[in-house]
Design a protein around this ligand. Structure first.
Ligand SMILES: Cc1cc2nc3c(=O)[nH]c(=O)nc-3n(C[C@H](O)[C@H](O)[C@H](O)COP(=O)(O)OP(=O)(O)OC[C@H]3O[C@@H](n4cnc5c(N)ncnc54)[C@H](O)[C@@H]3O)c2cc1C
Ligand code: SF4
Ligand code: SF4
Length: 1010
């Protein structure tokens, strides 16, 4: 084990400061900053990584609420000689947001739109706003922001300006530098400045001031003039560049127009310049853009907006050979597409292996090595269609013979873009130590040189001894292909190769007139290669820029210039080792518990807001700690000894895990398929072994047994028990167990479902035409909601099935698994497997009622059962009710008589069902019964089993529900049936709205003719 670098309370001193000094620093910050000041070990650990290969503990974290907080932080940090490091979503791939500095996180509070000027197509925003939120707020003007990084659902505008980010449509909208009009910054001496377009007179006047701002205005033109010739000759000739500071843009403003033609602004296939002012005027906002937080900290930015396209169409242009796609890109660009993105075979193969992505691959014909997803804009579908035909015509005339699929349907186009944007994460979903690493993934060359560059770099990688494969994807239309060699950086050879491949790629970039980064920035991964890219004179000029802005090197030092070697500070280098736990779950598929956690690459999809389900706790709190990434980082650091080993089961670590609702959304929505619900279930077993099981968990685990005893020995007392549970005394008892007093408790039914079933033999038609169905009547259905199990029985019977109970079954084990007693669940699991697997093997379907119960048989049983083979057989024969209805209906067997006009149904899908099956089968089942179905675009309901019942989770639980679900339920008209198949979802909706949802079976029961 390596030694600890922090304890839970320590305040790691920066540079030469003493601990006492650090405490003074913290106190000084707390005295001035209205936002959060956090220097505890956990926070620093959570902010020690981003989406890169690197890891460095920050000194502390400030989460500002206003510009004054930022200014105070920079001022106090400067006084103590501590660097600062601004951060947005922390989705950078090159390590630019990790460093031994005070991290200033803008994403939590400083994320508003300040002003929108639709006529001028400009908006002023706080830096922490993400693209999705900004676009939603300007959509009603028919506007959007042009650059569209694939990470836009969590990337912030500030971070994207910091990186000079862009995306698939850069050939239309350019990079952030083409869209940033002006910025307000806090400079390194804590003075503030407003950088925007200025004319030569203003420039001269501003340069006379004795302030830092004045000195910068005086110095920068001198630096540019000093290297004008080199800029004209040696500067990368390609416009798609996020390396270095944007000296070429300042040169463009200072040079006479006829000289500018030598700059990349006039290169072939350059995006049209939307705002000439950004080229014609001297504007230091252009130098801040792409500076990666090394020159100043932005507190506000004004960016241009663009018209949303009315109509789009896509062509999936197939190639048998990857390299051909890069040759063909020039032909494609001549047809003026809005984008042309490359998808290679590896991404397609990985997508095929995951259900939710495989469904979206409808545009792939056969097994091509590459597809160029080529898009056109237009005013009408006809216009777009003609453009697609023109593309096909052009390519055929030039001899390209592969399949070209025309896609005009909006939903299919959306699927295609989703697959494309998940490309990197899909690549990262590869299990094992060889990963498609970032490093050379962002080299960008003029499009005419793309095939040459790709050929050379693939050739070089192919000759190395330990690079089994290379993945290639992304922005072919901009000459910026993401090339990712598979490397094992946990080995010394892998690290050597990381460096060697990087240096070779940099040489090739220079040879072909390109840059090391086309959008992701330099960070720790590429800054050390800037001397190669720019040559000695220009690199010296870049260093002079840094010194002019930041004479004491306190703004995100070590990035862009004066960088450490690319092999320093690796998150998982050759010395990386983890401790082994004696696990309860079988983690063999992932290579172990630690490797399952290491699957988190930090890309931060779990920080998206208002869409999908992952991650409900982050959506509620906006805290890094409460994201899937935060949890994975915390556990990984403890397992790897980056924090003391005993921290693994400390209360602080528990706190990091606590708000995970176990919704399983990350299992599907995290493109690396990080299964935090399972990781947490394993974690809790070990945590409670050390700390003892809380009363609440003990009671939840015992509930199936208590219920059984209750009905066996005291059934007549059930009404009294129900009244008692909600009485003052009952509430006092449940409060002691940790249940929030506002929570209603599920009442017991007068009669169990099992008893009702025995009393109603008419449903057990042994000679039913469609055979037997085993109903897995879960604990809730048996004791609390027998009417739902009755509804299923009636519907199945009406449709001609013989219903048989899973008699003798034990509880599925769900409450034990989520409650930290997965080890205790094994006897029940083994019992159920032994009971039901032989029936499943005979082809008798086992159908569930509560999604989370029945899906436990399909999911956790595979990793917990003693007999894995039998568990697999059981899983294969187990279905949710909706799956069964749809499957049987498709094979023509499920055809009960339906009443006319079932009416409208508003559906909220259960998280586990969405994660493992999707909503489609529930929608289809309702449609079969004649309902007009609308799906609520909700995430988790917030209840998640027993999560939302407890006092400490109540508020988070409510916030999660209020995010999208409750407003949609409240807005539904009274005639609309609200359908939610999850017990906890129905309970949650019932507790916080006036509506009482029903199970799918009840909805079908209402619609079927008796
Ligand atoms: C899966 C994946 C796909 C990606 N796809 C793309 C893509 O298509 N195109 C693309 O360009 N990038 C892409 N990226 C990289 C990255 O997500 C983007 O560059 C993104 O725009 C960064 O935004 P962020 O808010 O996460 O910034 P951060 O990573 O938090 O910060 C980026 C830089 O900006 C600086 N910064 C942040 N806030 C400020 C501020 N207020 N003042 C000064 N400097 C500041 C930081 O110090 C840092 O140097 C991708 C990343 C991932 C993981
Ligand atoms: S948990 Fe998944 S989505 Fe979140 S950062 Fe890690 S890999 Fe990305
Ligand atoms: S299981 Fe749900 S709550 Fe837990 S980390 Fe995954 S998405 Fe977040």
């Amino acid at each position: 084990m390596t030694t600890s670098v922090l304890t839970k309370t320590d305040m790691q001193p920066a540079a030469d400061e003493t601990t006492e000094n650090t405490r003074d620093l913290v106190n000084a910050l707390r005295g001035r900053v209205r936002g959060d000041v956090r220097f505890d070990g956990y926070t620093r650990m959570l902010y020690s990584t981003d989406a890169s290969l690197y890891q460095i503990q920050p000194v502390g974290v400030v989460i500002p609420k206003r510009a004054e907080d930022v200014q105070a932080t920079v001022e106090i940090a400067a006084r103590y000689g501590v660097p600062v490091l601004p951060r947005g979503g922390g989705s950078s791939l090159a390590g630019q947001t990790v460093g031994a500095a005070i991290v200033i996180d803008f994403s939590k509070y400083m994320n508003d739109v300040i002003n929108v000027d639709p006529a001028a197509k400009l908006t002023t925003v706080q830096p922490g706003i993400n693209f999705a939120k900004l676009n939603a707020q300007v959509a009603h003007h028919g506007l959007m922001i042009g650059p569209d990084p694939a990470s836009a659902n969590r990337a912030t505008i500030g971070g994207s300006i910091g990186n000079n980010a862009t995306g698939s449509h850069s050939i239309l909208y350019g990079m952030m530098a083409d869209n940033v009009r002006d910025v307000r910054v806090v400079l390194s001496d804590a003075s503030t400045a407003h950088f925007g377009p200025i004319d030569p007179n203003q420039l001269a006047a501003l340069g006379k001031s004795d302030s830092l701002e004045g000195r910068i205005y005086a110095e920068l033109p001198k630096i540019v003039h000093g290297v004008t010739e080199q800029i004209l000759e040696r500067w990368p000739k390609h416009w798609r560049r996020a390396s270095g500071y944007n000296l070429d843009r300042l040169a463009a403003a200072l040079l006479p127009p006829n000289e500018r033609s030598k700059l990349s602004f006039d290169s072939r296939f350059r995006p049209p310049v939307a705002d000439p002012m950004l080229i014609d005027k001297f504007n230091l906002a252009q130098i801040i853009t792409g500076s990666e937080g090394t020159l100043g900290v932005m507190t506000e930015a004004t960016v241009t907006l663009t018209k949303r396209p009315k109509m789009t169409g896509l062509a999936a242009v197939h190639f048998d050979k990857l390299i051909d796609s890069c040759v063909a890109i020039v032909d494609i660009l001549e047809t003026n597409p809005s984008a042309s993105e490359l998808l290679d075979k590896q991404v397609m193969d990985l997508a095929r292996a995951q259900r939710i992505w495989a469904e979206k691959l409808h545009f792939v014909d056969g097994d091509p090595e590459a597809i160029l997803l080529t898009e056109y804009y237009g005013e009408t579908e006809e216009e777009v269609s003609k453009k697609l035909d023109h593309l096909i015509d052009t390519l055929r005339k030039r001899g390209w013979k592969g399949t070209i699929r025309k896609v005009l349907k909006k939903s299919e186009q959306a699927d295609i873009w989703e697959v494309r944007k998940a490309g990197l994460n899909l690549l990262m979903s590869r299990r094992g130590d060889y990963k498609p690493v970032a490093g050379i993934e962002d080299v960008s060359v003029p499009q005419e040189k793309l095939a040459d560059y790709l050929g050379d770099i693939l050739d070089f990688c192919g000759k190395q001894d330990d690079i089994p494969n290379v993945a290639v994807y992304a922005h072919a239309s901009a000459g910026c292909l993401h090339v990712r060699p598979l490397l094992n950086v946990k080995s010394a050879r892998g690290v050597e190769l990381l460096e060697a491949v990087g240096q070779h790629a940099a040489n090739l970039a220079v040879k072909y007139g390109g840059a090391m980064s086309g959008e992701h920035g330099a960070g720790l991964a590429r800054s050390a290669l800037n001397p190669t890219i720019f040559g000695a004179d220009l690199y010296t000029a870049l260093q002079e820029v840094k010194r002019a802005f930041d004479p004491n090197n306190l703004m995100n030092p070590g990035k862009v210039v004066d960088a450490p070697p690319v092999t320093e500070s690796l998150r998982m280098g050759p010395t990386y080792q983890t401790i082994e736990l004696q696990t309860v779950f079988d983690w063999g598929q992932d290579g172990g518990y630690a490797p399952a956690i290491e699957m988190c690459n930090g890309a931060g999809v779990c920080r998206k807001l208002n869409s999908g389900t992952m991650c409900p706790s982050f959506m509620a709190t906006r805290e890094e700690k409460d994201s899937t990434r935060g949890r994975a980082n915390a556990l990984r650091n403890a397992l790897a000894g980056r924090i003391p080993q005993d921290e693994l089961f400390s209360p602080e670590m528990y706190d990091v895990m606590d708000l995970c609702l176990g919704c399983k959304a990350c299992k599907t929505e995290c493109p690396s398929a990080v299964d935090m619900a399972k990781i947490k279930a394993e974690y809790l077993v070990h945590y409670y072994r050390e700390h003892g099981l809380p009363l609440f968990n003990r009671m939840m685990g015992l509930l199936p047994t208590i219920n059984e005893m209750l009905y066996k020995t005291a059934a007549p007392l059930i009404p009294l028990v129900n009244a008692g549970m909600n009485s003052g005394l009952g509430k006092a008892f449940t409060k002691r167990m940790g249940i929030h007093p506002n929570r209603s408790l599920p009442a017991y039914a007068k009669e169990t479902f099992e008893k009702w079933f025995l009393k109603n033999p008419s449903y057990q038609k042994a000679n039913a035409p469609h055979g037997t169905v085993i109903l897995f009547h879960d604990t809730w259905a048996n004791y609390n909601e027998p009417h739902i199990a009755q509804a299923i029985t009636k519907v199945l019977s009406a449709a001609g099935y013989h219903v048989q109970l899973a008699s003798g079954r034990k509880c599925c084990g769900r409450p034990l698994i989520t409650g930290g007693q997965a080890d205790q669940a094994r006897p029940w699991i083994d019992h159920n497997v032994a009971l039901l697997a032989p029936l499943a093997e005979q082809g008798i379907p086992i159908v569930g009622i509560e999604p989370s119960c029945i899906l436990t048989l399909r999911d956790e049983y595979l990793n917990l059962a003693s007999d894995t083979e039998q568990a697999k057989k059981l899983a294969a024969g187990t279905f949710t009710f909706e799956e069964f209805v749809v499957n049987e209906s498709e094979s023509g067997r499920f055809t009960p008589a339906w009443k006319p006009n079932a009416g409208k149904a508003l559906l909220h899908g259960h998280c586990h069902h969405k994660a493992m099956v999707g909503n489609d089968s529930t929608v289809a089942a309702l449609a079969i019964a004649g309902y007009q179905v609308e799906v609520i675009q909700s995430g988790c309901c917030g209840m998640a089993g027993d999560f939302g019942f407890t006092e400490d989770h109540y508020e988070v639980s409510r916030t999660i529900g209020e995010e999208r679900l409750f407003p949609a339920v409240r807005a539904a008209d009274a005639q609309t049936v609200i359908v939610a198949s999850g017990t906890s979802c129905r309970h949650q909706i019932g507790d916080f709205t006036e509506r009482h949802p029903i199970h799918l079976a009840e909805a079908l029961g209402l619609a079927v003719e008796e």
